[in-house]
Design a protein around this ligand. Sequence first.
Ligand code: HEM
Length: 526
Amino acid sequence: MAQLNNQGSWWSEVMSSNRNELTLAISAIIFTVLWYRWKFSSYSNGGPPLPPGPRSLPIVGYLPFLSRDLHKQFVNMANTYGPIFQFHLGSKLHVVINTPELAKVVVREKDEIFANRNPTIAALGSSYGGRDIVWSDSNSDWRNLRKIFVQEVLSNKNLEASSCFRRDEVRKTIKNVYNKIGTSINISEIAFSTEANVLTSMVWGNTSAEKAKSSNFGAELQMVSANIVVLMGQLNVSDVFPSLAWLDLQGVERNMKRQLNHLDQIFTSIIDDRIESNSKKSKHAVGNEGKKDVLQVLLELMDQKDVISINRTQVKALLQDIMVAGTETSTTLIEWAMAEIMQNSDILKRVQEELEEIVGLDNIVEESHLPKLQYLEATIKETFRLHPVVPFILPRSPSQDCIVGGYTIPKGCTLFLNAWAIHRDPRYWENPLEFNPDRFLRNKYDYIGSNLNFFPFGSGRRSCPGVPLAEKMQMYILASLLHSFDWSLQEGEVYDLSEKFGITLRKREPLIVVPSQRLPNQSLYM
Ligand code: HEM
């Protein structure tokens, strides 16, 4: 049987650590699986069949054969079963799409049908039960929250008004790196704290809540966000066998609750603090339009009963989305980009020459320079192509049975769009494994997936609404790090680009590098 190799599989670990509980619960599983088998057998009667897929075991399905590097395994499976294939994990049907043509059917022609997420237990635990934007089903609450996010949180006006926060934080980062010249720096930590500080200034910059102001808040946030992302990427036996969920065999649900409690305490203290300070001020003293932070905008919408409004849980769920979706993703991209650029000395030289020409060695990078940095932009896009931060985008689930590529896709199954495979498919990309930014100078690709050969932020109605901020931040941080400093690996280190699969595709080993001064004028670092 193809692909049946459970060496180093996730399943063998779960089995060895939880043998007793699993044995006890096996009868519940059998019942569920028999029911689903009966349900799915009806697809072969009459309508188009389910997509092809590997044969698998009774009860557990394909579960024991999933490898840790799921993105690579799915490429092998596509080679065997074709551009659309399916497999069962326990009772749950999963479908994987591996070509831009079929992705187009999902996110264009049938976008409305494929607008649900089918969140895992971990995802529900991280999002106040799916009451946020990321994990909510496509319903009126989701539409409302997404509208608030696009029109109020990341509107052009707000993005413009918050440029001072980005400038302040990027400058602090330059100063901070300057103070560490000659020593080893973890790029991911630097990128994360810059991103997190920008987001917190934009979101609750005017807070006086002690927790949010404490010096270790950034580190706490980084730890919690990283834990949330790891837990969301973990295969959880409770998702595969819902009848076992009460046992929480891997402790994913418990652990996620702990992480969310941590964030919730911080959000609660910030919201309470703001409500109290608002009540002490007259309405007019809260600030004029341009100066309101996001929290203020959300709290005003909370009081509003008509047009668009939001409740307290949704405010916290939205804050959680911004903090987790906005930090982990951009941090991952910046680390990959630095790793690729440092490994390719010609590319580093071209990026720095462009910076010299546009910014000048007697100046530091400003946001106004960014639209002119075309080679850097192409380098970032090439990084997204080879290292899509969210390799399977986020799961989609059809709200009704439908047909894709001549096969039936049943209502409620989980569908993955395999961006990792599409981004390195030789049918769409010449020399796909070569890191070559020039391909993005020759052909224009946007970030909203207009061309589905390249869609690192997804596409369609559930595509990433954070693109305008992400685009600015990743360009600004990378341009600043590469213009203000030269970089080398710490002694004894070798270049390494190995991946660690999860809901985000991280670099397996952190990129530890040593900065040196590049700009002649020392005052540019102060
Ligand atoms: C490198 C940076 C980022 C990447 C690669 C990224 C990627 C993604 C992807 C692939 C999706 C799913 C799209 C789909 O299903 O079609 C998504 C959704 C989302 N992202 Fe991002 N993102 C990034 C930055 C951000 C930022 C900065 C924010 C907010 C400040 C953000 C907020 C969201 C939200 C709220 C959703 C859910 C949208 C929905 O379900 O309607 N993201 N992102």
